[in-house]
Design a binder for this molecule. Structure first.
Ligand code: SF4
Length: 374
């Protein structure tokens, strides 16, 4: 079995193909190989499709923090969990522009704006986000948003404003998703990704390891992502940052080896994607991060905070880049810059939609326990 996987893998990359039929069993075989074999294969794929000495740098801005109605078991921004995060209302366009300019000066080519919403609602707040997208695209930076579930019309309006990427993580496997979140279903995630695909916005979708899932769930998530056609242009791999007050506060940190293996496996099954080493970098040594870059990670989040959890300081990252001889990637190297249509020239109206995203509402014991603790 192992030899067959490796043979198929080598055959698919030498033909320059992206496979959309990976199975869980094949992915587990790849993940479980001796580490040196895994690294060698992943680095080979990486070098075939990417410049191994450049890394795309993104800055994440939390444009609306906390008070979220969802119950994601890992998230300190869920209103129901007794965490100590400071919430804020939607930032102004000027505030976001100032942060984006700072990020650009520090070497970021992309700004990702995150709002703690269940889904996007048409209205003045969404109009304000559209204006943020226009403003940052005009700074010649790639603009990404992560705003929750999204309709096709909303995706097209974001595209018209100049959005480059939309982030919507699958988080984990379809099977384990039910143990993490009860307020929406895995299919809602896929439906939003599908809506984004109906616009010309690129897709960013990945997940989190270290939430108590098994290896088959990590593999299941990679099956779900790699069988999308096209595969996501960017895939963030996060290691859980266990925050006090959340249902996952007692989870043990994932080992660096687990992160390296996950990054390498992601690189092999999704050769063209930007693999982003995301939350959890503060727990890793420089050597561990260097192994991730060797194994195919070619994107990071910069800045001392990732929404609400800690991240390495930008100077530390620049020092690491110097040591490793890595260069920050320029904006729009992978896809062209979208054109911005000004609000007064828009072809797309707000439809005032009220889509019925699902609410499975099943009980997740640990989410309930955490809620009563506070
Ligand atoms: S992950 Fe997003 S949707 Fe889930 S609780 Fe946090 S902010 Fe809300």
């Amino acid at each position: 079995m192992r030899l067959k996987v490796i043979f198929d893998f080598i055959q698919s990359i030498t033909m320059g193909e992206t496979r959309h039929n990976w199975t869980k069993e094949e992915i587990i075989e790849i993940y479980n190989q001796p580490l040196m074999d895994l690294l060698y294969q992943a680095a080979g794929v990486h070098r075939k499709f990417h410049d191994p000495n450049t890394v795309q740098v993104s800055t994440l801005i939390s444009i609306k923090t906390g008070g979220c109605p969802e119950d994601c078991g890992y998230c300190p921004q869920a209103a129901r969990y007794p965490t100590n995060i400071e919430g804020n209302d939607l930032m102004t366009v000027q505030q976001v522009k100032a942060q984006a300019l700072r990020a650009k000066a520090n070497g970021s080519s992309r700004v990702c704006m995150g709002a703690a919403w269940r889904n996007v609602k048409d209205g003045p707040e969404f109009d304000q986000v559209l204006e943020m997208v226009r403003t940052i695209n005009k700074l010649d930076m790639e603009v990404c948003c992560t705003l929750g579930m999204l309709t096709e019309n909303q995706a097209k309006r974001l595209a018209e404003a100049g959005l480059y990427a939309y982030n919507h993580n699958l988080d984990t496997s379809e099977e384990y998703y039910k143990d993490v979140i009860s307020t929406r279903a895995f299919d809602d995630r896929l439906a939003t990704i599908d809506n984004v695909r109906k616009s010309n916005v690129t897709v960013c979708s990945g997940g989190i390891i270290g939430m108590g899932e098994e290896l088959k769930d990590r593999a299941g998530m990679l099956v779900a992502l790699s069988t999308l056609d096209p595969q996501p242009e960017s895939v963030p791999i996060n290691a859980l940052v266990a925050v006090e007050g959340t249902p996952m506060e007692d989870m043990k940190p994932v080992s660096s080896w687990g992160i390296v293996r996950m990054v390498a496996t992601t690189r092999i099954v999704m050769p063209l994607t930007q693999v982003r080493l995301s939350a959890g970098r503060t727990e890793m040594s420089r050597e561990g991060q260097a192994l991730c870059f060797f194994a195919g990670a070619n994107s990071i989040f910069a800045g001392d905070k990732l929404l609400t959890t800690p991240n390495p300081d930008m100077n530390e990252d620049l020092q690491m880049f110097n040591e490793l001889g890595l260069q920050p990637q320029k904006a729009f190297e992978k896809s062209p810059q979208p054109q911005t249509v000004e609000a007064e020239n828009t072809q797309l109206e707000s439809l005032g939609e009220k889509p019925k995203w699902s609410r499975p509402g099943h009980q997740i014991e640990r989410n309930e326990i955490s809620r009563t603790k506070g």
